[in-house]
Design a protein around this ligand. Structure first.
Ligand SMILES: NC(=O)c1ccc[n+]([C@@H]2O[C@H](COP(=O)([O-])OP(=O)(O)OC[C@H]3O[C@@H](n4cnc5c(N)ncnc54)[C@H](OP(=O)(O)O)[C@@H]3O)[C@@H](O)[C@H]2O)c1
Length: 172
């Protein structure tokens, strides 16, 4: 069974989203996400898939968790038509698909996928960008601080608008 990677950027008040979008624009975090997930299988909810920038899907194999067929996306003028992503009706079904694919499995939200992942009885590596701010929002990362994490790495950084810390945490 593969190690599960969780990718999340979360404010101090656990907010991760607002109105179907990220509540911030942090280029360094976006680049970090791109580097972490390049060429890997990414498992994500339907809203995430519908609203993510196209560039986020390039070079990644998405498995979209949804109860309904996905609407086809219009062809990009500057590139080939996107292949229809794999879909699954539950996180368990998505993980079964992802296990059978080469490479790593990265769980990329949203809220319910994170909550179900943290409740799984299997090893997790949490790639957490903690944004040092309290921001309004409508989507949250579950409380994680009380869980028994081993800290593998941390790196503080900032841009003109935000201070943030990249944490790598692992749970056996
Ligand atoms: N900061 C971050 O790192 C981060 C990461 C991810 C998302 N976000 C933000 O979070 C928001 C989107 O997240 P969200 O929680 O609202 O939506 P979401 O998880 O992307 O999508 C919700 C939909 O996905 C399906 N779904 C999700 N989990 C499921 C499960 N366990 N079993 C079955 N179906 C499931 C359902 O689709 P159907 O209705 O089609 O059945 C559900 O309505 C956006 O604002 C986004 O920007 C932020």
């Amino acid at each position: 069974m593969k190690l599960l990677h969780l990718q999340v950027a979360c404010a101090e008040n656990r907010v991760i989203g607002r109105g179907g979008r990220l509540p911030w624009s942090i280029p360094e975090d976006f680049q970090f996400f791109q580097a972490q997930t390049a060429g890997q299988t990414v498992v994500l909810g339907r809203v995430c898939f519908d609203t993510w920038p196209r560039a986020t899907c390039d070079g990644r194999q998405p498995v979209v968790v949804t109860s309904r067929p996905l609407a086809p996306r219009p062809r990009r003028a500057d590139g080939p038509a996107e292949s229809t992503p794999l879909t699954a009706g539950s996180l368990a079904a998505a993980l079964a698909i992802a296990e059978g694919r080469p490479g790593e499995i990265h769980l990329c939200g949203g809220e319910r996928i994170y909550a179900e992942a943290l409740a799984l009885d299997r090893p997790l590596r949490l790639h957490l960008t903690l944004v040092h701010a309290t921001v309004p929002g409508d989507t949250w990362f579950p409380e994680w601080r009380h869980l028994a994490w081993r800290e593998l790495d941390r790196r503080a950084s900032a841009d003109a608008n935000h201070r943030y810390t990249f944490f790598t945490l692992e749970r056996p």
